[in-house]
Design a protein around this ligand. Structure first.
Ligand SMILES: [Zn+2]
Length: 365
């Protein structure tokens, strides 16, 4: 396919969640979406099926492996695996690698970075984060806000080995000042939180999003709703809690029991959040211990939790893009889309087998 070939996507173009937003066809002209038939004689290649905007993985790590940073070749493979699964927009939720080179690659997913994780000293996975004390939090948040693409990532709670359980990592005044600094610099803030106890301080301090949010109990839901705080549950990652709990059973029995309780109620937590009106987005947490390319599995998990299929689909497409300030299939938008042989609204498992992946107007898979 030469550069001036026009791609004609025919069938059902799902430009939004509403039936009135479904179109019969779109055209890709010079890498961009158009709903106007091109004029003049041009080579046309037709693709038929159900088209969605490129999927969004709102919690993914490119350039991160089980033990910290990975080389560029490994990071490239991670990004290609996501792309081939239909993920064309990534919110990178913390990476110790400089992946800025990806921005120059038309064939790799677009990445919105949160800089590097910021954690309390010895309170996170080794090799991942800046590990600092509260007095330095504002300075590090400022630095990562400048390095990233509009997000900063904190580790809000983690196992406290002395307490033998999850505890909040930061005093209230430190997170208030840090979130204020990020907002002053135009960045949003998110935090890794498994526990219940870290959430109130972060949300009352103005945080924009919470990752995992397994500790989101019913008493905290109205606070999230009133502040408009989103969650990215990463259920494919929460599925590993029983294994983690088993590994820590002997040394940290209270932590272990806590992790099992959070796991046991995970679907209720996510469904209650969605039902109350908390924005829920799809994130896989690929890159640390989990493989890349799990976006379809995470959408299926949200449906299993009780989120209606169309809402789970929106959480990986239209509403996720809107939340991140990126277009979906609007006129003139970069042609980032995925075509399926069946209707993903009828069964989200269809997402697992993309027929065609189109990135920047080019068929890449
Ligand atoms: Zn993560």
């Amino acid at each position: 396919m030469s550069d001036d070939t026009v791609l004609h996507v025919k069938g059902r173009v799902l430009a939004g969640p509403g039936e009135d937003q479904v179109r019969d066809e779109l055209w890709v002209i010079d890498g961009r979406v158009s709903y106007d038939r091109p004029t003049g004689a041009r080579d046309i290649r037709t693709v038929t099926g159900w088209a969605l905007p490129g999927l969004v993985d709102a919690h993914c790590h490119v350039g991160l492996g089980a033990h910290g940073p990975v080389d560029a070749g490994t990071a490239e493979k991670q990004a290609l695996t996501d792309r081939d699964a239909g993920t064309l927009l990534i919110r990178d939720a913390g990476s110790p690698s400089d992946t800025r080179w990806v921005d120059d690659r038309e064939d790799l997913p677009k990445i919105i970075r949160a800089g590097r994780h910021i954690a309390r000293t010895r309170r996170y996975l080794r090799g991942y984060a800046h590990e600092i004390e509260p007095a330095d939090l504002v300075a590090y948040v400022g630095r990562e806000a400048r390095r990233g693409d509009g997000w900063v990532k904190l580790v809000g709670d983690w196992i406290d080995r002395e307490a033998g359980d999850l505890t909040a990592c930061w005093p209230r005044d430190a997170v208030e000042a840090a979130i204020g600094e990020a907002h002053r610099l135009g960045a949003r803030v998110t935090a890794h939180c498994f526990a219940e106890s870290s959430l109130r301080d972060l949300v009352e301090s103005g945080i924009d999003c919470v990752e995992h949010a397994t500790g989101l109990t019913d008493d905290l839901i109205p606070l999230f709703v009133s502040r408009g705080v989103a969650i990215v549950p990463t259920l494919v990652n929460i599925a590993t809690f029983p294994r983690l709990a088993a590994g820590g059973e002997t040394r940290y029995p209270a932590w272990s029991a806590h992790m099992r309780r959070l796991h046991a109620r995970r679907y209720d937590t996510v469904r209650n959040a969605h039902d109350a009106g908390i924005p829920v987005f799809v994130g896989t947490d690929a890159g640390g211990s989990l493989p890349h390319g799990l976006v379809a599995a995470e959408v299926a998990e949200l449906v299993k939790a009780g989120i209606p299929p169309l809402a789970a689909l929106a959480a990986a497409t239209w509403s996720a893009r809107d939340w991140l300030g990126r277009p979906a299939l609007t006129e003139g938008a970069p042609a980032d889309l995925v075509v399926y042989e069946q209707d993903p609204r009828a069964d989200v498992r269809v997402l697992g087998t993309p027929a065609r992946v189109v990135l920047n107007g080019r068929i890449v898979g």
